[in-house]
Every structure is written in C-alpha cells, then in structure tokens.
Design a protein around this ligand. Structure first.
Ligand SMILES: Cc1cc2nc3c(=O)[nH]c(=O)nc-3n(C[C@H](O)[C@H](O)[C@H](O)COP(=O)(O)OP(=O)(O)OC[C@H]3O[C@@H](n4cnc5c(N)ncnc54)[C@H](O)[C@@H]3O)c2cc1C
Length: 489
C-alpha cells in the first residue's frame, strides 16, 4: 500500500511538496482552508478585472523551469512567459524616472550616465553575483538546513567563505558604487528578502544577478496562471485537492500524527507536511508538549513585512506607468525603521504600483487599467478602515502628482487588503505577508526546522522555513521537504 501523505495548505510550497511526493509514489491529499489554491498567490475577478492578490514579480525563471522539468514538463506547457522591457521603472519624483532596460548594454550605458566608471564596476559586481547565484542555487538553497554537517565539505566551505556571507549587503554594494540612485536601484532586490540591506548578507547580491541577468518576466493571464499550471500538474501526478478544509486538530499517538482533523472531516496520515504558516501550525494546532519552539522564540523572530494593498480598476488608460513602478521619491531609511526597529504605520512611505494591464489586455476591460498598489508595513500593527483610507489618499495623491494625471474620479473598483486579511485568510503570524526575513541570524540551519523534533512524521515547508520568502524559494522548499521525507522513510 502506498504511504498516505497529508499536505496542509495549497500555496506554492504545499503544491510543490505534494506533487513531488506523489511523483515518488505517495498517495497525497492537500487540505486547503480557502476555496481556491495558491495561498498568497490567489487571484480574484471583479467588474471585468482579474487581480493577482499577492506576487507580481516573476524572477528566476530557471527555478520554475527546473521544477516543471522534474516531471518531464516545461513552464511553457502551462503558461506563456513574456520578458518585460523595461524590467521596471523607479520614480525618484515628478519627471525623475529611471526605466531599467532589460538589455545589459543599455543598462551599462544608463549606469555610465549616472556615475562615471560604474559600468565597469557593474560588470565586476555581476561577475561575483553570478558566482554566488550559481553556487547558491546549485549547492545552498536545496539544503534542508537540519545540520551544520550539510555545509562541511571543504569545497563548499571555501565557496561559502567566498560568498560574503558575513559582510552586509549595504557595505558590499558601496565598494562598487557611490551614486545614490544606483545604490537604491541595486538595494531594491534585497527588499524581496524581507530585511534591510544592513542586516542582509552580501551573499544575496545573487538577487541582483537574478534581476539584471535573468530578467523580469510575466506569465500572460497573471501570476495565478503559475498556480493553475502547478495544480494541473499535481493532479496529473495523482494529488487530490480538497478545499474549504481548515485543519484544526491532530490526533497524536506514540509521537506520530495518526489523523488530521478539519472542521468537518478526518484524514488518516502516514506523513504530514505543514505548508500553512509554520507559527500557526505549531503554536495554534499542535499541543504545547509537541512544539519545536516557544512563544518567546516566535516573538523574537524578525518577520518580513506585512503589506497594505489596494486593488484598483480604472476606467481609462494611464500614462507614465510601466508594468512595475517603484516610488522611491522618499528616503527609505525612516520607512525601514518604522518597519523593523520601531514598528508603526509609516510617516512618509515608499510604495509600489503594478499595472499588469500595460502588458496584458486580458486582466482589464478594454480601455481600462488594472492597478495593484503595495505599501510595505510592519507586521502586528493595528489595522482599521480609517488607517487604510488615510494611506490610500496619501498614495493616490502621490501617484497622481508624480504621473501628472487625475486618477481618483476614474476608479470603478477598489478593494483593500492588509494585516486582518492575512490573518483571516492564511492564519498569518502578526498578519505577515512574506514570512520570515532572510537575515544572517535566520539563514539555513538558523531558520525554523523543516522537521518536527517531537513528532516523527511531521514536516514543515513554506516561506517561514528554508530557503525563505518568495515564490521560487517556496517552490524549492516543497521539493526540499519531499526529498527529506523520502530519505527518512
Ligand atoms: C502582497 C505580496 C506580494 C508578493 N510579491 C512577491 C513577488 O512579486 N514575487 C515573489 O516571488 N514573491 C512574492 N511574494 C511572496 C510569495 O507570494 C510567497 O513567499 C509565497 O507565495 C508563499 O508560499 P507558501 O506556500 O509558503 O505560503 P502560502 O501561499 O501562504 O500558502 C499557505 C496555504 O496554507 C493555507 N492554510 C493556512 N492555514 C491552514 C489550515 N489551518 N488548514 C488548511 N490550510 C491552511 C493557506 O490558506 C494557504 O493557502 C509576495 C507575497 C505577498 C503577500
């Protein structure tokens, strides 16, 4: 008889773990509390618009391709990718925009116009970043992080030392560049890791390699097309998805989970993979005696930020917007401090606007624009309608001012999303959006372990464990946990 695996949560990590286990002969059932798959990458439709609810940046296409290749498929069997050019635009103020070209020669030229000699510096920087990306992706991110011994081969140790693990990204980047705009452009990818450049190992300049060399892509139809493709593939491998199943309780016997119980049903299990937020599963569902960590441990973690989001349908086409638009017209450090050091709603925030309808007419009615506005914010804050509305007005006024157009009167659909929704929809600790920050103290074996130390058949996956937050890492996390299960059983 095939072993029964129950996977909790149909986010990227859960689907990836489920598909990998099914491919190896497990009988896999995914229990998902929401009525559709994708977790933070769900989508919804309203008034003819289709909104991606979470991720909007498709980076590291190689990771997706490798994932599909594992099952003899290609990403192109499920969705059509388009490389964006410009990759994105950074706005430093009205009439002060930097469109980042996809082609490297054009980027070198742009750097040179800002800082003499910086194109050569970029070349050197990218050479190092390429090495980090290759070693990082081949040797580090697929490590389960269960023991230091995983990193003990002399070759790997040498590689790790060459990868600037103990230098901050902030320091590293200043060895190459001086111009403020270049520094901001180069530090932006670090924000994806949920931490500030000062606390992020320079190892993560591999993110710049991903940005500049591998490019920014978009799956036509929206990011949720990836989820649809992954679910189709999972079902082809024999995975069963059951929605509206909120896992509430485990029946534990002899230090093993025998049964996973939802609000309505019970499921027998030989092995259980927790793809829901780690904190929720172990602090709210597991009885105290079976927890890996204490409440204090979780309180002391550096969570990646939460987000205040607005999904907007606009009944006209907008000018001065590309697909991805970063509004860096304010100083980042005060906002960063209000996220990490002294958590509070920001005084003068930075924000991001995605306009996928610039690339993809299918996500908005003809002649309309689909906007997604995101303001990063500390997790665990009070979240009220009044606060959301206050920031909506701030962001919209800045957007109108910088792009020089009237937008407010043209909004025909508006929905906000923040801490309360992350908690309600995903059981997110403190309403976090992106999981656990990738700081040095929360890297590899220092992340919450993918294996329970108290329950023999319980594993964890997703953005709160290895390798970290983001869609590609979550995909990898599912593969890593499946490989560990195969090893252990
Ligand atoms: C606003 C936003 C923007 C982002 N932008 C990007 C981006 O541009 N690019 C990028 O790469 N990444 C981005 N990310 C990060 C990326 O989306 C996440 O890292 C990734 O989707 C996390 O996947 P996961 O499987 O770990 O978790 P989730 O997607 O949260 O999946 C967990 C699943 O478990 C379910 N669940 C929870 N509790 C239970 C329970 N008790 N029983 C059953 N099911 C349960 C949840 O409903 C959910 O479906 C963004 C995230 C957000 C929120």
């Amino acid at each position: 008889m095939n072993k029964k695996a129950i996977v909790i949560g149909a986010g990227f990590a859960g689907i990836s773990a489920a598909t990998t286990l099914a491919n190896k002969g497990y009988q896999v059932t995914v229990l998902e509390k929401n009525e559709t798959p994708g977790g933070r990458a769900r989508a919804f439709s309203a008034e003819g618009f289709t909104f991606d609810m979470g991720p909007s940046w498709y980076w590291m296409p190689d990771v997706f391709e490798q994932y599909f290749n594992t099952f003899g498929k290609s990403a192109s069997d499920y969705y059509t990718l388009r490389r964006l050019d410009p990759s994105y635009t950074i706005s430093f103020g009205k009439n002060d925009n930097l469109a980042i070209p996809a082609a490297l020669p054009a980027l070198f030229q742009l750097f040179e116009t800002l800082e003499k000699g910086s194109s050569k510096a970029l070349e050197n920087f990218l050479e190092q970043a390429a090495y980090k990306y290759q070693v990082g992706m081949r040797q580090l991110v697929y490590k389960p992080g269960r023991s230091l011994l995983e990193f003990s081969s002399p070759g790997l140790l040498l590689d790790v030392l060459r990868m600037d693990v103990f230098v901050s990204f902030h320091k590293h980047i200043r060895k190459f560049f001086r111009h403020k705009k270049i520094l901001q452009l180069m530090e932006f990818p670090i924000l994806f890791l949920g931490a500030v450049p000062q606390n992020t190992p320079a190892l993560y300049s591999l993110m710049n390699y991903a940005d500049i060399k591998l490019g920014t892509w978009y799956p036509m139809g929206g990011m949720h097309e990836i989820v649809k493709g992954m679910v189709r593939l999972a079902e082809d491998q024999g995975v069963t998805f059951i929605y509206n199943q909120n896992v509430k309780h485990f029946r534990i016997l002899d230090d093993k989970i025998q049964q996973v119980n939802t609000q309505t049903d019970s499921f027998e299990a030989d092995v259980v993979v927790g793809g829901a937020d780690y904190h929720h599963l172990e602090q709210q569902i597991l009885p105290p005696a079976y927890r890996n960590y204490s409440a204090k441990y979780w309180e002391e973690r550096t969570m990646a930020p939460s987000s205040l989001l607005f999904y907007l349908g606009i009944n006209k086409k907008l000018k001065e917007l590309t697909h991805h638009n970063l509004f860096f017209d304010r100083d980042f450090m005060p906002h960063a401090k209000e996220i990490y050091e002294n958590p509070q709603w920001p005084t003068d925030p930075l924000f991001y606007v995605s306009a996928p309808s610039v690339t993809d007419p299918s996500v908005a009615p003809e002649g309309c624009e689909n906007l997604f506005m995101l303001m990063p914010v500390a997790p665990g804050l009070e979240d009220t309608e009044e606060i959301r509305e206050k920031y909506f007005n701030i962001l919209l006024e800045r957007l109108e001012h910088i792009t020089g157009q009237e937008i407010r009167q043209h909004i025909i659909f508006k929905k906000s999303y923040a801490h309360r929704n992350f908690e309600q929809d995903y059981n997110a600790f403190k309403g976090n959006a992106y999981g656990l920050a990738n700081t040095l103290k929360q890297t590899a074996i220092l992340k919450p372990s993918i294996k329970s130390s108290k329950i023999k058949n319980l594993y964890f996956t997703g953005q709160l464990t290895v390798p970290g937050p983001g869609v590609p890492p979550s995909l990898i996390s599912g593969q890593v946990v499946a490989a560990e299960i195969m090893k252990d059983f």
